[in-house]
Design a protein around this ligand. Structure first.
Ligand code: C5P
Length: 219
């Protein structure tokens, strides 16, 4: 089967974790290699799309033909993503930290106390913001890592965040997940679903792009 072309379409993809600094040497972050988002960026560029990849701190090379912006925190990722609009599709594959320290200590925090409380505040939900933006892409795609009740939580996010598609990681499938080369996804949309994999992330990226291309071509 020849892959559906994305020639002439603009895709904006976020990938990797975000790191939220506590002090100059410590941070809060998510376990994410960025492999899924980078694989989607690479496959989309191969199909002729104009791709911008907003990457959190990862150690992955930039795929051929992809324009990359490196960021560290959720706030920086939000800024870079919003600056990347307008596009035809936004794919939020990043594992954005949900909370960030209320303050960043200017110097290294000393471990003098037996207990230590850190005040955290919610980060902006980049995906939800893109989905209601004045320059909303025609297609907004989210990811969800769920351990239980996958369909219920994924469909809840699809609706609440006003997405067109959500790809849920089927956590618990052997060889799938954050740092693995393989993954298993179920993609949900209003009125349908498709199970992809288990397969290497590079193949899943292509299968996900088939679903995306179909929708962009008919939208
Ligand atoms: O609600 P939850 O974090 O599970 O949603 C995951 C989806 O939302 C992913 O697509 C992720 O990139 C996006 N997200 C975001 N900004 C946040 C948290 C999650 O864009 N602050």
């Amino acid at each position: 089967m020849s892959a559906a072309s994305l020639q002439g379409l603009r895709l904006l993809i976020s990938a990797g974790p975000t790191y939220e600094d506590i002090d100059p040497v410590r941070f809060i972050g998510n376990r994410s290699s960025g492999k899924m988002g980078f694989a989607i960026a690479e496959a989309a560029a191969r199909r002729g799309a104009q791709v911008r990849l907003v990457a959190g701190p990862v150690s992955l090379p930039t795929p051929a033909g992809v324009a990359r912006t490196d960021v560290r925190s959720a706030a920086q990722m939000r800024e870079a993503v919003l600056a990347g609009l307008p596009v035809d599709a936004y794919i939020g594959a990043a594992a954005v930290a949900d909370y960030t320290p209320a303050q960043v200590a200017p110097g290294k925090i000393k471990k003098n106390e037996a207990r230590f409380a850190l005040e955290l505040v919610r980060t902006p939900d980049i995906l939800a913001e893109v989905a209601v933006h004045a320059a909303r892409p025609r297609l907004v795609v989210g990811f969800a890592a769920e351990t239980d009740d996958v369909e219920r939580y994924a469909r809840g996010k699809l609706e609440k965040k006003k997405l067109d598609l959500i790809a849920a990681n089927r956590v618990g499938v052997p060889g799938s997940g954050f740092e693995s080369d393989d993954n298993a996804l179920t993609v949900y949309w209003a009125g349908g679903e498709r199970a992809l994999g288990p397969a290497p992330k590079t193949r899943l990226a292509d299968e996900l792009l088939d679903l995306i291309a179909q929708r962009l071509r008919t939208a």
